[in-house]
Design a protein around this ligand. Structure first.
Ligand SMILES: [Zn+2]
Length: 334
């Protein structure tokens, strides 16, 4: 099955370099923007000069109440929360947007997908790609280690998501893009090539390149399908359960990375390789090390297939609690 026409959408520019954040104002001006709205958090507010929207707890309801009239561009600066909020405000208002990630924590830093919580649960949307992305390596390479690991885990998670996509193609006849899939596997290979020096500026550079490519898969496909399979469903379920119990959220890519050890086992694939490339990067290899309560992880696995109809290995296996525990022991996650 082929798509005709096949439309891909990618950012116009991705600017990666040391100190490039200082050129943000000029980059906006040179494109004719006069009234940007900067979507920031308390740590990233210092990078913005102009009208700011401080995002503490982003939700659809909060963002629906924000008036962007008078602004000609939305600029998200910070981690996932701020970037997703900027994407949503752009989607809602039709204004263009720019991403300035300060943490290399997921492929959301370069993807058109929007992930938000609303009072009725979690919402995932696909928007247009940003006009441009500005990645300041001075800032990104000094990010706390857990966020660098989170970005790495989110790239490794493609090992599982790309296979689930293929499985969906075989079982349901849905479209499968070989180009996209190959690019995704290349992103994994690229990121793992830096696993032994991930926390150096050179390592973060390779990670950023891998994340740009990984986020690009979503733009090429105009769907999060290549980048989000059973491992992401488990991560989404963990977020829901953590919020419900008032616990602190674990970084997205830490969850998707460690869940990939489990889902690649279910897929009958090389989970030992997954565990190995995580371990060699100093990524947590047990749930406790990752800050995830094993009982909660089991709950998440059981909840995950109900969150989205998209076909994954979890929809085929239909595991019970006992079976999940057994597998967790076998893959040494507990
Ligand atoms: Zn992800």
């Amino acid at each position: 099955m082929k798509r005709d026409p096949f439309v891909m959408e990618l950012p116009q520019q991705v600017i990666v370099g040391r100190g490039v954040l200082r050129e943000l104002g000029e980059a906006l001006q040179s494109r004719g923007f006069k009234d940007p709205l900067f979507v920031v958090g308390k740590y990233t507010s210092r990078f913005a000069e102009g009208d700011k929207l401080l995002v503490e707890r982003p939700s659809k309801e909060f963002l629906d109440g924000v008036d962007v009239d008078g602004h000609d561009v939305i600029v998200g600066i910070g981690g996932g929360k701020n970037l997703d909020s900027a994407k949503y405000l752009s989607l809602k208002s039709g204004r263009p947007y720019v991403l300035v990630p300060t943490l290399p924590s997921s492929d959301g830093i370069s993807s058109p997908s929007v992930s938000l919580f609303s009072s009725s649960g979690r919402i995932s949307l696909i928007h247009r790609p940003p006009l441009f992305i500005l990645m300041d390596e001075e800032v990104l390479s000094s990010a706390p280690k857990k966020y660098i690991l989170s970005g790495y885990g989110d790239v490794i998670a493609k090992y599982s998501s790309l296979y689930d996509w293929w499985l969906g193609h075989v079982r349901t006849g849905e479209y499968y893009g070989y180009l996209t899939s190959r690019l995704g596997h290349f992103a994994i290979e690229h990121a793992t090539s830096a696993r032994t020096y991930l926390f150096t500026p050179e390592g973060v550079h390779v990670l950023l390149e891998s994340l740009i490519l990984s986020g690009g898969l979503i733009g090429i496909q105009r769907s999060s399908r290549p980048a989000s399979g059973s491992e992401h469903l488990i991560s989404h379920a963990l977020d829901i359960l953590h919020l419900r119990e008032g616990r602190e959220l674990v970084p997205h890519g830490i969850q998707t990375g460690i869940a990939t050890v489990f889902t690649s086992y279910l897929q009958g694939r090389n989970w030992r390789w997954v565990r190995g490339v995580l371990d060699e990067a100093n990524f947590p290899t047990t749930l406790r090390e990752a800050g995830i309560d094993p009982d909660l992880f089991v709950d998440a696995v059981l909840l995950a297939p109900h969150l989205r109809r998209r076909h994954t290995i979890l929809h085929e296996k239909k595991l019970n609690r006992h079976e999940v525990y057994k597998i967790l022991q076998e893959v040494e996650l507990i």
